[in-house]
Design a protein around this ligand. Structure first.
Ligand code: CDP
Ligand code: CDP
Length: 256
């Protein structure tokens, strides 16, 4: 994976130490939009871990001979696959694209954003070996700290020692309506009921799987943004991050 350097790094006074910020939550809770905004304000790189599961799922769907129910085949596929996330250029950011995604060198940034790929992603994500490989890649990318990473298991498994963990929630109906609108803007007309069912099905699979299920880490701050916009939610998280940064500065001063 390509290292991503901060786009608008703040001054050393405003960021005494770079934090690892983990944002987890169910589909449509606003993780990508909010995490991207938080990263932009703090001058941190941003990583959408879900895009990696989606990219692998796309490859699995394109392989006619492969059964999504076969853990063995999916594990083999994951070991043979190269997934790379790159920062998003500004014009794509405005269209709601988060990271640019490359699958074995080919760009799949838009191709992975379909309901079929979302469902398949949650199927490949139940396979322990798949998670092991993708988690290791995510850990390498965030090893130096100073990153905002979002997904399902960032605060519980990928970075259990993250200095700030957020569990983002929103009512299922709100999440489904957000997703429906997104599809509509792309010219894909899905009914609210179709999207709600997709969201419920994926939530259930993500929350009930044996390996790294979607759960709130005990030390994660629960943020319900059902009635909050992206900007407002991001501002709240930035304030929490700035508090944590000050705590670090105080600890470091005491220690020196
Ligand atoms: O990444 P995740 O699936 O958690 O959600 P997202 O892709 O960031 O957000 C899904 C949709 O909801 C996007 O179109 C966002 O613009 C919208 N959204 C919103 O309207 N209000 C929020 N507080 C958060 C997201
Ligand atoms: O954007 P949305 O919240 O709809 O989904 P996503 O973040 O793109 O993730 C797609 C699927 O990948 C999820 O439904 C999960 O099954 C899986 N995933 C995961 O298991 N662990 C992560 N850290 C991120 C995503």
């Amino acid at each position: 994976m390509t290292d991503q350097s901060p786009s608008n790094a703040a001054s050393p006074q405003s960021i005494p130490r770079k934090l690892t910020i983990a944002i987890d939550g169910p589909a449509g809770s606003g993780k990508s939009s909010v995490a991207q905004r938080v990263a932009q304000v703090l001058g941190y790189p941003y990583l959408d871990s879900g895009a990696m599961y989606r990219a692998l799922a796309l490859k699995a769907l394109l392989d006619n001979g492969l059964a999504l129910s076969s853990e063995k085949q999916l594990a083999k596929l994951a070991a043979e696959t190269q997934i790379e996330l790159r920062p998003t250029p500004i014009e794509l950011l405005q269209q709601g694209v988060k990271n640019r995604v490359f699958l074995d060198g080919l760009e799949v940034t838009q191709a992975i954003r379909t309901p079929e790929v979302a469902q398949a992603a949650s199927q490949v994500a139940v396979v322990a070996k798949v998670r092991e490989l993708l988690v290791a890649q995510q850990q390498r990318t965030g090893a130096g700290g100073g990153i905002v990473m979002e997904g399902r298991d960032i605060g519980t498994v990928v970075f259990p020692n993250a200095e700030l963990k957020i569990f983002l929630e929103a009512a299922p109906e709100t999440r489904a309506e957000r997703r429906r609108k997104e599809h509509e803007e792309k010219g894909e007309h899905l009914t609210f009921e179709q999207v709600l069912e997709e969201v419920h099905e994926r939530d259930k699979r993500d929350r009930e799987r044996k390996v790294s299920p979607l759960v709130r880490a005990a030390d994660a701050v629960l943020v319900d943004n059902t009635a909050m916009g992206i900007e407002e939610t991001a501002r709240l998280i930035v304030l929490l991050a700035q508090e944590r940064e000050k705590d670090f500065a105080r600890t470091m001063r005491r220690e020196t």
